[in-house]
Design a binder for this molecule. Sequence first.
Ligand code: DGT
Ligand code: CA
Ligand code: CA
Ligand code: ZN
Length: 580
Amino acid sequence: MDNQRIAQVFQEIGDILEIQGANRFRVLAYQKAALTISEMGEELKGLYKGDPKELEKLPGIGKDLALKIEELLTVGKCQYHQELLKKFDKGLLDILRVRGIGPKKVKLFFEELGVNSIEKLRKAAKDGKLRELPKMGEKSEAEILVALDEFEKHSERMMLSEAIHQKDLILEYMKGCKDVTKLEYAGSLRRMKETIGDLDILCVSTKPAEVMEYFVKYEHTANVIAQGATKSSIILDIGVQVDLRVIPAESFGAAMHYFTGSKEHNVALRDYAKKHGMKVNEYGVFKGEKMIAGKTEEEIYKLFGLPYIPPVLRENRGEMEAARKKKLPKLVEFEDLKGDLHVHSEWSDGTDEIGEIARAYRDAGFEYMALTDHSPVVAVANGLSPDRFKKQWKEIDTVNEELKKEAKTKGDFIILKGTECDIMPDGSLNLPDSILKNMDIVVASVHSRFKMSEKEMTERVLKAFKNPYVTQFGHPSGRLINQREPYAIDMNKVIQAAVDLGIALEIDGQPSRLDIFDYHAKIAKEKGAKFTIDSDAHAIGQMEFLHYGISVAQRGWLEKEDVLNTLPLKKLLQFFHKRR
Ligand code: DGT
Ligand code: CA
Ligand code: CA
Ligand code: ZN
């Protein structure tokens, strides 16, 4: 079981206890543990090593929680959690996620009206039944209806791609406010996290009241939650919250740092400051009463003798220590990429022709791309049969010839022959070796039978790795953000096998995938794994997905040397083909 699932279990226990009115400190203990675990860089599975005492060393994890983690790691579920669930209506947990409804209200609505689902809550509100309850009224009932609309539109965290789009729109709007002299975004989006809770925007102005007035008039505002002197919050019509803060110019760096987070990184920096006899908060760095820095983030780190730590690393996964030792990674950049090794065309489920795709990559400055249309049957109805692949190779050869002729004016570019080949439930690949051996690139992926046991899935993938033609393990976790959980798999074993065999782990940049997970990338890098950053594009415009892949790679501390598609073509193929 991986950290995210363990965190989920603890969060759920905390929520249930809270609704049941349990002791506040018990509730907090579970909620804090859930947060700690979900933000950890290292897998608990690796830390545990058969001894729960190892787990107790973690902040906020005592003996009792350590035993529960052990149970989850070894048995796959936790008895206490199961028992709580048995006696508990799961719909109540959904209701708890509606804005403005805390555990007390969940309890009240359930006990008085039998409301145990979102649908029943909506009906009760529409029928005017909520207003009659103690401490409720017509206004709070109407607010719940608004919150329910938001909930239905946006019950989940936003995908990174959507958050970037919304941020661009609102920043564009705010630029139109003449009283704003400086404007930036912060929060998890600046850290390029894979999903975003809300947007955090900071600005400098000498007329905060005017700025707030302007902000709440944004045309996509559905609801103004708060309009204060220096902070306002709105909910957009798509259900997303945006916080805007006006900051004094001399504190802008300190505020950017504070509101970029993560909370855990901020805590770590605060502790570090304390050890140096200083204090740091959202206004600046202080020695006694005297403010000694705060205008820029750089000067804050510098004051502590630290190099600038980029936002993507600020997750308290060892970045403070690395900074202190001057061992921060030199992160891989988009400009380092020389090609894309996972691209689909109209031959399978993509939309464009081979020649168009290749020329688009070439004109964008790349040197190579691998065409990796699907293997037959399992993934998509129009996967390619061995015969169709043979036809496709002819077309690839033809286009490569044309590209050669254009090289003088347009530069060298080559299309590699490849496939995204399904790993069948029994671990075999669904193309014969006689076909695979003609491929430069074979991305092996799981697209079916996701619900195997961890043991079966791990064996399935490891068996596929034995095929010497496999070059990459495609989207290793199999999750789809907000749609499908990762399949159960022993990622430590998979990573080790990939390292041993020289198979690359893919970072799939599709916005709903962002897969392998950033923290697995970090662990794998430490073990010596190699990666490819791919777009998994199904249309030419999706070349852009490489940028999201880069942000995952950066959050996983990857450097240029870790990423194979930063290599010139010859070196790349040398690496991939040494197993043949
Ligand atoms: P999100 O919106 O859930 O994706 O995540 P963030 O990281 O954007 O979190 P958010 O919007 O609640 O707050 C923005 C930043 O403000 C956060 O990353 C760190 C800082 N912050 C918020 N609350 C606290 C706090 O209680 N303590 C500390 N040290 N920092 C905080
Ligand atoms: Ca946020
Ligand atoms: Ca926020
Ligand atoms: Zn795939």
